[in-house]
Design a protein. Structure first.
Length: 64
């Protein structure tokens, strides 16, 4: 589980959306629009994500 605020803030930790590369107005508009997009999928201000992975153990076969 992650709060909507933390989820939005995580985008600012990525190079493309870092606050240093955005004006204050752009960052505020981005935050508001992203909040509006994800809020319908939240429960009590929290977002839940399903993560799925597959791990295969072993030694690669020769030639593959």
């Amino acid at each position: 589980m992650q709060s909507i605020e933390d989820y939005i803030e995580s985008f600012h930790g990525r190079a493309s959306f870092s606050r240093e590369r955005m004006t204050q107005e752009d960052a505020e508009a981005f935050d508001a629009e992203l909040c509006a997009l994800v809020e319908p999928y939240s429960r009590d201000g929290q977002l839940q994500f399903a993560v799925q992975a597959e791990i295969v153990w072993g030694k690669p076969l020769k030639g593959r």
